[in-house]
Design a protein around this ligand. Sequence first.
Ligand code: 0O2
Length: 214
Amino acid sequence: AAIAEAKQLRDAFQRFLREYEFGMREVETKISILRDEFTHMHAYNPIEHVKSRVKTPDSIVEKIARKGIEPDFEVIRREITDIAGVRVTCSFVSDVYRLFDLLTQQDDVTMRTVKDYIATPKPNGYRSLHTIVDVPVFLSTGPIAIPVEVQFRTIAMDFWASLEHKIHYKFAGRVPAHLVQSLTDAAEAAGELDVRMERLHREAHESNQRVIEV
Ligand code: 0O2
């Protein structure tokens, strides 16, 4: 009986994770439609790359323990909102906000939270625009709302975050002070690069417009 119960629990957990994968795929489709349509309308692609993942069972269990929540599917769905994650890396900061608006203003997308770490970077320098959205997924049993964490950032922000993540991991969270300072300085430099790249992009666009008008 214990084995049958364990199998039942495993099946329920797999079903639970599958629902997140469906939610993630809905968001991926929305982003890819926006990218294709934007490319046609504005003759350039604002998205550099999109990366998605469903949290591993180990990492979900670790978060349940860290947050001290009840291991119940309803509670997990309410409290752990980054089980499905989509990261959209854009060319420029203006594209980050434009795509964020285009996604979150869709009728079937309900925004739960937004954290603008671009306007207010984290103390270590981390920059990105985060939102948790609920998207509908239509199952044979009916529709359900799945929360998906969407992170929007530029290539420079992504470059920084991936190095910071590796360093953090390497030192198991105890990064030496001089490296922490260097990372924060690098985040600042990446922020300045984003401003310069955006200006260049705009100037190129404007001179191109003038050429077309002439
Ligand atoms: P992974 O492997 O990307 O999933 P919480 O989600 O509850 O732990 P919080 O503060 O509610 O924390 O979420 P927040 O601030 O929106 O950030 C969560 C995610 O943003 C992280 O997920 C990272 O992906 C990214 N992030 C936030 N801060 C940093 C940072 O300082 N450096 C880097 N490299 N990434 C960051 P996970 O679960 O930590 O990791």
